[in-house]
Design a binder for this molecule. Sequence first.
Ligand SMILES: [Zn+2]
Length: 82
Amino acid sequence: MTIREMMKYIESEYQIINSTPCEICGGNFIADSIGINIVNSFPFDVCHCICEDCGHKKTFKFSSPFVFSDEENLNAFKRDMN
Ligand SMILES: [Zn+2]
């Protein structure tokens, strides 16, 4: 998977976040930080979001289709994200 494809995938995550209303006030969530976590050698995304209206925090988790062939790819990707 190329960086470009990864970005496309992350874009689709943002779409999910953007279409999820705040459960407190119905406002929009904005992504505060996004990170790739590895659990049992399976990567998934954890995105910390905050409601732009009331400041309510919500964590979105996405199981990731990313397949990193080696650690270096993953590190390169993390660098790109920062
Ligand atoms: Zn809110």
